[in-house]
Design a protein around this ligand. Sequence first.
Ligand SMILES: Nc1ncnc2c1ncn2[C@@H]1O[C@H](COP(=O)(O)OP(=O)(O)O)[C@@H](O)[C@H]1O
Ligand SMILES: [Mg+2]
Length: 214
Amino acid sequence: MQKLDMRKKEAPGFLITFCGLDGCGKTTMMNRLIADLEKEHEIFVTKQPTNAVRNSEIFRTYMDCPNHDGFVYRSLSLLAASDRLQHVNKIIEPEMKRGKIVLCDRYFYSCLSNLRARGYEQDRWIYEAAKWVLQPDISFFFDVPVEEAVARVRRRTEEKDRYIDMDLQHKLRKEYLDICTANNGVLISTLQSEDECYKIVKNTVKEMLNNGNL
Ligand SMILES: Nc1ncnc2c1ncn2[C@@H]1O[C@H](COP(=O)(O)OP(=O)(O)O)[C@@H](O)[C@H]1O
Ligand SMILES: [Mg+2]
């Protein structure tokens, strides 16, 4: 797995990203961190992809239906990558220039993980596009076995019957682990208790803030 050659930040703020399978615990950990950070800092919370992509027909078809024959996955990936580029440069970076700590639910890594998991491991364009994406100060990757992640998703009443491609989840998990290792991510197993996981999240962020003098 090749490391993503992302752009180094010049802004004074910070960028913390949260990736991993649906149900791995991103929202849970983000919410605890938000509650802590906003006591003392200016924060900006956001997510990728943006609603423009989430609401598109091609995205919804891939997310909600087992049959995607009418669409080419690579074109969805390019659409999502474009959305992430725009979002990083025009939404995230301006907030960092204001000195804020930006927390982003999913990031460019999710695009890479999905592209590879769908069988496009040979595509080079995504590595080229990554050069216009900001390197996060901390990239958290939460990991849990697929069966547990899916069980957690199914516990949400609105998602108890949602379409989930199990084979894809297994491939995604493997890609996330490889991407985390190649890109100096912080890997946390959310099989541990929420308190234990959050302790690691909090300490990692504390160290970043101490080093960055915010
Ligand atoms: N160590 C843990 N970290 C985070 N969530 C956990 C952990 N252990 C159990 N959970 C549960 O798993 C679920 C994760 O859901 P959520 O945070 O919405 O995941 P995501 O945003 O990644 O889809 C929650 O119901 C949470 O209570
Ligand atoms: Mg979530």
